[in-house]
Unconditional design. Structure first.
Length: 291
């Protein structure tokens, strides 16, 4: 596969967030509502599309939990499959599914949404994920409770030899749903130095994946004819597919890794169905793919 530029996602590609972000999702819901979801349900929301930062995923999962308590008769599979079938995706789709279910099952959607508190969810999530010290530094206030912070438990996937191989041969960028401050922490731990002009984080664009704007903008900044985007979700692959449709003057290749929520042969098949150009075991296999 030929490429002039390589763009990397962060979570599941550079660092393993399975015991940090995903744990924070589950425990945020449990702390706030006394019940929660399974880890497999987190992945189902990821695959449904549109949940490109984990605050929004926690919002969507919270709406499901509250709907179940109010009288929703479906399960997590039905809820996420219905989201996936909609064009809008994400929290907007979750709210629409909630209203459709309320009309069918006879519960009060307004009461569910009144109990849903996105700001409180975000504060609880950040306290769990960042820990007290980083919460004060990044959020600029006192955390609602003391916690050590799951961010410190993220193993680094990207190996130094891969950093050297990529940066010596390609223009390298980053495109992530993380906030800038959290992306910077992950990049520093992974030993990957990327100029601000070659990054897009949650703070830099409103659309989120799989909207192609961030990827096509990076391609323009690199003046690249061919771009590889490596990610760990179906929305990452869809971002590259959408970029190819939006910008036919360049080639865009979406490459899926099996170090995130999608693993094994089932993960490989899902990537391929979404339009991936290749699937690799980890980002450390990327230099060989591009030889």
């Amino acid at each position: 596969m030929h490429a002039d530029a390589v763009v990397l996602d962060v979570d599941g590609v550079l660092v393993d967030e399975s015991d940090s972000y995903r744990r924070a999702i589950i425990e945020t819901i449990e702390r706030r509502h006394g019940t929660t979801i399974e880890r497999g349900t987190v992945q189902r929301f990821k695959e449904a599309g549109g949940f490109n930062n984990d605050w929004e995923l926690t919002d969507g999962a919270t709406l499901f939990v509250l709907a179940r308590a109010a009288g929703y008769t479906g399960d997590a599979v039905e809820f996420t499959d219905t989201i996936a079938a909609r064009e809008d995706g994400g929290v907007a789709a979750a709210r629409a599914v909630l209203r459709e279910a309320a009309a069918r099952d006879g519960f009060d959607a307004d009461a569910v949404e009144a109990e849903w508190d996105p700001e409180g969810i975000r504060e609880t999530f950040q306290a769990l994920y960042l820990g007290a010290d980083l919460f004060r530094e990044i959020e600029g206030g006192e955390p609602p409770f003391e916690a050590p912070g799951y961010i410190h438990d993220e193993p680094v996937i990207l190996e130094p030899r891969t950093v050297e191989a990529l940066q010596s041969r390609f223009s390298v960028g980053v495109l992530t749903g993380r906030p800038e401050a959290e992306a910077e922490i992950a990049l520093e731990r992974a030993g990957l130095s990327v100029p601000e002009a070659h990054r897009f984080t949650m703070d830099d664009w409103a659309e989120g994946k799989p909207h192609p704007r961030a990827l096509t903008t990076l391609a323009e900044r690199f003046d690249a004819e061919s771009v590889v985007f490596v990610g760990d979700t179906l929305d990452d692959v869809r971002t590259a597919v959408n970029a190819a449709e939006d910008d036919p003057s360049r080639k865009y290749h979406g490459v899926g890794v099996l170090t995130g929520g999608l693993t094994g042969e089932s993960g490989r098949r899902k990537y391929e169905a979404a339009g991936s150009a290749a699937v690799i075991d980890s980002v450390n296999d990327l230099p060989d793919l591009l030889d």
